[in-house]
Design a binder for this molecule. Structure first.
Ligand SMILES: Nc1ncnc2c1ncn2[C@@H]1O[C@H](COP(=O)(O)OP(=O)(O)OP(=O)(O)O)[C@@H](O)[C@H]1O
Ligand code: SF4
Ligand SMILES: [Mg+2]
Length: 376
């Protein structure tokens, strides 16, 4: 273990230049706290990130780490008993000050979300066609025929066969993969510039998962969208995100461009996440390491490092003082007193990326059409 020379992130200037390269989204020190009878729940604390059009940031962490609350806090989709502080600027507009009317104009048309569970995202008693055209009607001045044509084109673009017939169907008449494609079509209906994909494939089998992620990637490239891809699986973002932010207990504990993070991860929690995904260089019967212990109680967060109770490298200082998020000078941020360095294990890291790739290439053997026909 090494202790690098560190720079406080508070001193980092925000990149706010104008022009094509200006960030679409700038989140600065965002915190979200829920009021509860037992006290405040600090679900997200002091998160900062930037995102440009066409780029993808992967938000990774275990259940309860604050990934969904972060996404919803950026969009403004939080309940009235939640308090947000900090700043969320979208194309230069401060969203934390925006009223419901302003936000409704932005949702769907500027930013939209693909939710984890398509069954809850869709209205079970409304036909697919009505659910797609509803968003179009709200944001675009289209005739009824134009709305129907757009809905058909959207369903076709997300790989749904016989879109005319699907418009008249209810969600329960479609397979899980087809429903998720419909949810994506709805999210894309008004051409958003920023798409949140919150665990968009968790409920699906591996083959369909890869297809849905490929579909999102294709749509992103065609539309030059920025994507926030939320997942608990480091393997999913390894090949799909430009940058990764690892969350633990409501805070970002490590953040770096994807290649940098995989080449030299510094936070013990990220290292533990890496060990919990399958690798090609180990025999197939090798047991994966689960991360033992429980995430921190957000009602009573520990005084020191939030990962200390589960960290194999914890020292007395870790239990006493919380480390700040620091920059090692290369834009690689981490929050740890005694960061790990696994640059020498490059082959191991490469094998993780290779594993993700092989999984996807293998999945392509069953062609999209085959699976669509089977699912349909
Ligand atoms: N509406 C709410 N009211 C109170 N607490 C909440 C609310 N929504 C989330 N929380 C709490 O905030 C924390 C973070 O939740 P969040 O849903 O963001 O986790 P997550 O990382 O998305 O987990 P998962 O992988 O299970 O989706 C959790 O402890 C959760 O209990
Ligand atoms: S600060 Fe200490 S306990 Fe926390 S992750 Fe680093 S080594 Fe582990
Ligand atoms: Mg979630």
């Amino acid at each position: 273990m090494t202790t690098p020379s560190l720079t406080k992130t508070d001193d980092r200037p925000l990149r706010t230049q104008d022009g094509d390269d200006a960030p679409l989204l700038v989140v600065d020190g965002l915190s979200t706290t829920f009021a509860s009878p037992k006290g405040p729940i600090r679900a997200v604390e002091d998160v900062s990130l930037e995102l440009r059009r066409g780029h993808t940031i992967g938000i990774v962490g275990e259940s309860g780490s604050g990934k969904s609350v972060l996404s919803r806090s950026i969009m403004g989709l939080v309940p009235s008993y939640a308090t947000r502080t900090g700043s969320v600027r979208y194309e230069g507009t401060e969203l934390l000050d925006a009223g419901p009317k302003e936000l409704r104009k932005i949702w769907g048309a500027q930013m939209s979300m693909v939710f984890q569970d398509p069954m809850t995202a869709l209205n079970p008693v409304q036909k697919i066609g009505a659910q797609i055209t509803e968003s179009i009607r709200e944001h675009l001045d289209y005739s009824k025929t134009q709305r129907r044509d757009t809905a058909i084109a959207l369903l076709r673009s997300v790989g749904i066969p016989e879109p005319e017939r699907r418009l008249k169907q209810y969600p329960h008449e479609l397979s899980g993969g087809m429903r998720q494609r419909v949810v994506i079509a709805i999210a894309l209906a008004c051409g958003p510039h920023l798409l949140f994909a919150d665990e968009p494939t968790t409920a699906l089998d591996v083959t369909v998962q890869a297809q849905i992620l490929d579909l999102l990637e294709t749509q992103q490239a065609e539309r030059n969208m920025a994507v926030i891809l939320v997942t608990h699986d480091l393997g999913v973002v390894a090949t799909r995100a430009d940058e990764i932010a690892v969350m633990y207990g409501g805070r970002i504990v490590e953040q770096a461009p994807t290649q940098v993070l995989f080449r030299q991860m510094r936070h013990p929690y990220t290292e533990a996440l890496l060990r919990s995904i399958p690798r090609l260089d180990l025999p197939s019967h090798t047991r994966l390491e689960a991360i033992s212990g429980r995430p921190p109680d957000l009602l009573h967060p520990p005084q020191g490092c939030r990962f200390a109770a589960r960290c194999p490298y914890a020292q007395p200082k870790c239990h006493a003082e919380e480390p700040e998020l620091v920059d090692d000078g290369t834009g690689h941020l981490f929050r740890c007193w005694y960061p790990v360095g696994i640059a020498s294990e490059q082959t191991t890291v490469d094998s993780v990326v290779a594993e993700a790739h092989v999984r996807e290439v293998g999945d392509e053997i069953a062609t999209d059409t085959d699976v669509i026909e089977e699912e349909a």
